[in-house]
Ligand binder design. Structure first.
Ligand code: ZN
Length: 292
């Protein structure tokens, strides 16, 4: 499918329309599954269950099949949720999470809970459901050796720690594994503790020579920009941030505070396209992770 002939406006409008029809189709699929379930048609087709039918006949993954079946059965119990699924207020993922917590609750209780999880993200929904169920399920931190040089560690982290970790990952701009992330944090922490302990004066980064100043943004200036903006100045994202010249360097824009800003990867690419610059010509953007 070629879409490059579409104007930006049409492309955005079309995408919205498609998402609306996608949700409508999902809702219709649920109604159909509900009816197949009611008529037990899957057994006539020689499948052991609706789940089996969804996997082998319809080609859904296990998770997708499970979410759809849960939603279809809930639709039979609470018919008015189809409007909310179509509008995007209730997602299949949030509905199936709700089912895990409140499977045995009464229909009116489920109705009340669904109302409370409308419009929530997956993580917010999970949090809300824990709160509503009054469950506190905190396993203890555990360790066990899984090979000669590897230990499996299960730890319980607070939401605040998770947010901090997400922020760190976003700043680093890489998709690090937990092992790499912990190793990185441990190295920094050891360095910092050692520095204070032995009063070692180490210069972690070389100062840029004046000859290199031009397009390259000095570390101090990067810190200033980062502290001023903190997030993408266009969309507010904190992921994959880059330093961007408002007036592109290639078009004579200076490497000065007033001409610099933080943009996320996507807004940065978009800004280049708008400025009529080929992405390849300008080379790689200057990622925030280099901020010293
Ligand atoms: Zn952005």
């Amino acid at each position: 499918m070629q879409l490059s002939h579409l104007t930006d406006k049409i492309l955005l409008i079309d995408t919205k329309k498609l998402v609306i029809s996608e949700r409508e189709v999902t809702s219709r699929v649920l109604h159909h599954l509900k009816e197949i379930d009611h008529r037990k048609l899957y057994s006539e087709q020689k499948y052991s269950s609706l789940f089996d039918y969804c996997l082998r006949e319809l080609g859904y993954s296990e998770a997708s099949a499970y979410r759809r079946i849960v939603a279809a059965r809930l639709l039979a119990e609470i018919p008015e949720i189809d409007v909310k699924i179509e509008s995007g207020l209730l997602t299949l993922s949030n509905i199936s999470q709700m089912n895990q917590f409140f499977k045995d609750s009464s229909t009116s209780e489920k109705r009340g809970i669904l109302k409370k999880i409308e419009g929530l993200s997956k993580r917010e929904c999970e949090q809300k459901l824990f709160q509503l169920s009054g469950k506190e399920d905190l396993p203890k931190d555990t360790q066990r050796r899984v090979s000669q040089d590897k230990v499996q560690v299960a730890i319980v982290l607070s939401d605040e720690t998770m947010r901090e970790l997400d922020k760190l990952k976003a700043l680093l701009g890489k998709n690090l594994s937990m092992d790499e992330l912990v190793q990185f944090m441990a190295k920094i922490a050891i360095k910092s503790v050692e520095k204070n302990k032995f009063k070692q004066v180490k210069r972690l980064r070389k100062v840029l020579s004046p000859a290199k100043v031009g397009r390259v943004i000095p570390a101090g200036l990067k810190r200033e920009i980062y502290q001023r903006d903190q997030k993408c100045t266009n969309c507010g994202s904190v992921h994959r941030l880059n330093f961007d010249h408002r007036i592109p360097f290639a078009l004579g824009g200076p490497t000065k505070k007033e001409n610099l800003r933080l943009l996320c990867f996507h807004c940065n690419q978009r800004a280049r396209i708008r400025a009529g610059l080929e992405i390849k010509e300008r080379g790689k953007p200057t990622p925030v992770k280099r901020c010293g």
